[in-house]
Design a protein. Structure first.
Length: 201
């Protein structure tokens, strides 16, 4: 059977898609960001602290690279951002391994709050964004566009790491009813295969 987390992800996805469809274009990035962080809080708990930290590092590095004209300094800023994200990832992995190895994580609210699921996903997604920003692939990024790109909860379950331009909420996308029906059909078909074939073997 499908786990509760998959069912909840589907419910959140449908609810988010309905609300997203009916709100004005200029508020969509803000809505996706807040909604994704709320889903992250409910669904993955501790991932929220590291998600906000990683987003802050990404925003700070992006702003500094935009203001800096010197190519050498821009490279140093990029390197510093990547180093901070990787160091953060390694620290959390080592701490998590320590707590798991000593079995002191059981019932420990600190560990459940700080140790996130998917921290490496967030870190590598922001590293990808910073590199694209450094080489000039991304020029029209906004605050809410970046936050929604990083925190978009639907990507966590499916992967892979997407590019910013693939999920840019600033671009105007008209959702046709035909595409919605096709998406619902594929989702229903996939769930049927999962329950009827995969779970039975």
């Amino acid at each position: 059977m499908l786990s509760f987390s998959i069912y909840s992800l589907i419910i959140y996805g449908i609810l988010g898609a309905i609300i997203y469809h009916y709100i004005p274009q200029k508020y969509r990035g803000m809505f996706l960001s807040v909604f994704s962080i709320l889903v992250c809080t409910v669904w993955m708990r501790g991932a929220v602290t590291c998600l906000i930290f990683a987003i802050s590092v990404g925003i700070a590095c992006s702003k500094l690279m935009d203001r800096c004209i010197n190519p050498g300094r821009r490279k140093w800023i990029l390197g510093a951002g990547i180093s901070i994200l990787i160091f953060n990832l390694l620290c959390h992995k080592l701490l998590y391994s320590y707590f798991v190895g000593n079995k002191t994580y059981e019932g420990n609210s600190f560990v459940s709050f700080v140790m996130p699921l998917g921290l490496s996903y967030y870190s590598f997604k922001i590293i990808s964004y910073l590199i694209d920003r450094y080489i000039g692939k991304i020029t029209n990024a906004t605050f809410w566009g970046f936050v929604s790109y990083v925190s978009l909860f639907t990507q966590i379950a499916s992967g892979p790491i997407s590019r910013y331009e693939e999920v840019d909420v600033n671009s105007s996308i008209d959702v046709e009813p035909k595409l919605v029906y096709e998406a619902v059909y594929r989702l229903t078909k996939g769930l049927f295969y999962k329950m009827a074939i995969v779970d039975r073997w």
